[in-house]
Ligand binder design. Sequence first.
Ligand code: SAM
Ligand code: SF4
Length: 467
Amino acid sequence: MHLPDLKEARKRTSKEVEHIYLEQKYDKNSFKGKKYFIKTYGCQMNVHDSEEIAFRLESLGFTATETLEDADLILLNTCAIRENAHDKLFGFLGRCKHAKDQDKNKIIAICGCMAQEEGVVNEIKSKYKYVDIVFGTHNIHELQDLILKRNNKQEIDVYSCEGNVYENVEYKRDSNIKAWVNIQYGCDKFCTYCIVPYTRGKQRSRSSKEIIKEVECLVKNGYKEVTLLGQNVNAYGKDLEDELSFAELLQSVADTGVERVRFVTSHPWDFTDEMIDVIAKNDNIMNYIHLPLQSGSDRILKLMGRRYTKKEYLELYKKIKEKIKEVAITTDIIVGFPNETDEDFNDTLDVVNTCKYDSAFTFIYSPREGTPAAKMEDSIDLKTKEERLYKLNDLINKYSLENNKKYEGKVVKVLIEGVSEKDNSKAFGYTETMKLVNVSGGIPSIGKIVDVKITEAKSFSLDGEII
Ligand code: SAM
Ligand code: SF4
């Protein structure tokens, strides 16, 4: 048994990161006929980790099911970014217990960022004994062995470490049209509110050769779009000697000929002019940038440890808008950071009024145990924070609609991804600028990039027809 340890998770040493090339073989007959169900919470990293987990389960012979009751193995891939994740996980575990009461042989496994939290694992250990396996973000590659060696005891194997880089990882991808590609793991920014540097280890870049190899293989297999993944993609390579910069990596990925390249998330602090130039000059790097603001107040930005000021952020925003043609910019904003005054909040609204974002993820600050901000006293009540969030969302939605309206009557390129969930006579896809479009007459074009005329703009999507 290995339990998470917050003190260890916080450590950053000069110890070299190992790059380990995996060559694992398992017997597909081990769990032949058995089914698995994965529930994924949180960000794109988790979605992509679940693709790795699905591959690993299938390497043992499991097949996927959409229903909890049918599953022989239930796996919850958790997120720790906000407090409400805790209630969601333990709420869902109640349903898993009910399913297990009907079939004692069901295996229940928990992994992801919450599994890296001391408090959560202690709670599972003492109160949720029916959970069979807990593993963390650093040992997904051990999943098959954990399942094969399990006995009647609860197995908890979570490592709080800086982490390694695993190459030759295989995935069961959710889509055969677009793919996630990890370029970097962990984070060293330690924004004072954020749990990620503790749950995901230190910032570790993959080798550019391996990244390009993966993208080339995806292109060969017909993938149209890749999204480069990391917590600070533009800090890519800084932790390695003689490695490409993020701008150079972007250029190399564009040179593979893949039709669309995207990346998330870029931190404003590491955003270079070279990067902007590379995006501007390559048609296959999409003109869409997610540029988290978090707050518009210099005082709060400093307390958050974000390393930029309102002025610097706005200068960067302006440069991106000027240089990248018709670029769409989205953001993340936190309201109600400890002691955020009306004046601080108005600074945030001021930036939103200047940037007129295409859309934004907005959050009420949630204290995360072990982070510096969680120790700060906070004089702001929840009602005030909620009112700020509503006000902010109204403004964000206003600008989303205004931006979307500009598309009405235009013809845009859309990568058609599948049948629309809301109206199965239509297809859905995304513009280069990452706008969701519901497309009449689009179903035969699934998997293709087609010209679509936008007929109507809404706040969160566009309607269009194939021309
Ligand atoms: N690495 C990205 C960056 O630097 O912007 C963000 C990663 S985080 C998974 C996604 C978003 O969650 C953050 O941008 C932030 O807005 C939000 N977030 C993180 N910690 C939070 C907290 N304690 N309370 C509320 N929102 C939080
Ligand atoms: Fe969290 Fe900041 Fe790292 Fe983003 S950059 S993951 S917000 S610590």
